[in-house]
Design a protein around this ligand. Structure first.
Ligand SMILES: [Fe+2]
Length: 411
């Protein structure tokens, strides 16, 4: 006789935890120990560090804090793999993460297995507060999966022989819809995450904002349009640029999106490729996005405009990270996928913002200065990790992420 079995509340969590941990390991599969050790620049981290730090997160906030008698894999890792949490102790300097040739990649895999086994044993008896931290740890690891890929791209781009991370499918012959503007909602709208589903603390509370008449573009800016901006002298026209952006362009000698060369090609995770004119432009900074918008007679959307538009638009999802690892922005798509979209909104606390309790309160809140919000998702964002209320954020000059542009204008 069949017995009815009710799933434990942790069943879904356990499945997603296991899938997330496996995907990170799969992403590291094509890398050698040397590939995984290099740090291409101070803001990027070695692949090995991402593998270890995501395990440190579970070890510190779940196992160490909520599992009596848990023994850390290696006491020294607390110093090596803490990212920025002041409340849990000292840490290795970020710009020197690439000097950690040991532990080896294999030892880090051993560390991951140790943490996975301990989580697996503990999951059924964890208190609700610890289960919430497991959920946070899964979402944290998904964020690092994206950073892992963009940091690998930066690492391979710095190698003169330009290795390919994966064999991406050859680009097809694409076309895109003509650019048009669609009116957004006007008046009082609500943005931010509701109470029921998982969201980071910075997405709450849900609150009302006022939107003046405006319209958003039906699609993102393409490589072809960006080429027109370059050919029109966009990078050399000071009146298009914010003062800080103008200083940055000159100081850094910027004249095209990151990874473009002068011969119509760009470096990708699949190696060097012809630039697809129909694909959305990627790897541009906020400064470039803002200057492009001014050149085009438009502006960047605010995060509230973007979010209310996404909530009412076709929920079509573009290319996002899944097992196939076809990590390349593709033409078409909807509001979520291919490239993140810069907004003109500062990453600031919502009215009534309360940081998460405990040491994980440092996760977002302390970065609410000097950063701009990006909405949507990219081709390196794991499937299932995007939502309309999501607030990605980077400083205005950052462009090693898959970052692009959707235009807006006043109605
Ligand atoms: Fe982290």
């Amino acid at each position: 006789m069949a017995t009815l079995s009710r799933p434990l509340p942790t069943d879904g969590l356990k499945t997603r935890l296991s899938a997330t941990r496996k995907l990170t390991l799969a992403l590291a599969e094509p890398l050698s120990d040397a590939d995984a050790t290099i740090q291409p620049f101070p803001d990027a981290s070695p692949a090995k560090w991402h593998l270890a730090h995501t395990s440190w997160f579970f070890e510190t906030f779940v196992l160490g804090a909520h599992v009596p008698g848990y023994r850390p894999f290696d006491e020294r890792f607390a110093f090596l793999f803490n990212s920025y949490y002041e409340a849990v102790g000292r840490r290795h300097e970020r710009p020197r993460r690439g000097m950690v040739s040991r532990p080896s990649l294999d030892e880090i895999r051993g560390y991951r297995a140790h943490v996975d086994e301990a989580l697996d044993r503990a999951l059924a008896s964890l208190p609700p507060v610890a289960l919430d931290l497991v959920e946070l740890g899964i979402n944290h690891e998904q964020q690092h999966q994206e950073l892992f890929l963009t940091d690998v791209l930066a690492t391979f781009a710095a190698n003169p022989i330009e290795p390919a991370y994966s064999q991406l499918p050859q680009p097809a012959c694409w076309s895109v819809e003509p650019l048009s503007f669609q009116p957004g909602r006007e008046g009082i709208v609500e943005i931010g995450a509701g109470a029921s589903e998982f969201a980071f603390d910075s997405e709450r509370p849900r609150h009302r904002v006022f939107l003046a008449g405006h319209a958003l573009a039906n699609r993102r800016v393409t490589n072809k349009e960006w080429r027109e901006f370059i050919d029109d002298g966009g990078y050399r026209t000071p009146t298009l640029w914010l003062s800080e952006g103008s200083d940055w362009v000159q100081r850094e000698e910027i004249s095209a999106p990151l990874y473009w060369d002068d011969h119509g090609t760009q470096f990708t995770l699949g190696g060097r490729r012809e630039i697809d004119p129909a694909a959305p432009v990627a790897h541009v900074s906020f400064f470039e996005a803002d200057a492009f918008a001014r050149w085009a007679g438009a502006r960047l959307p605010t995060e509230a405009e973007w979010e209310s538009f996404a909530a009412s638009a076709d929920p079509l999802i573009g290319n996002q990270l899944d097992d196939a690892r076809a990590v390349v922005p593709q033409p078409g798509g909807g509001m979520f996928g291919d490239v993140w979209e810069w907004t003109q909104s500062a990453f600031a606390p919502y009215p009534g913002f309360v940081p998460a309790e405990g040491p994980v309160g440092e996760y977002n809140g302390k970065f609410m200065c000097g950063q701009l919000v990006l909405k949507g998702a990219s081709c390196a964002t794991p499937r299932g990790h995007s939502r309309a209320s999501y607030r990605n954020f980077f400083p205005p000059s950052a462009r090693w992420q898959f970052t692009g542009v959707r235009l807006a204008r006043d109605a």
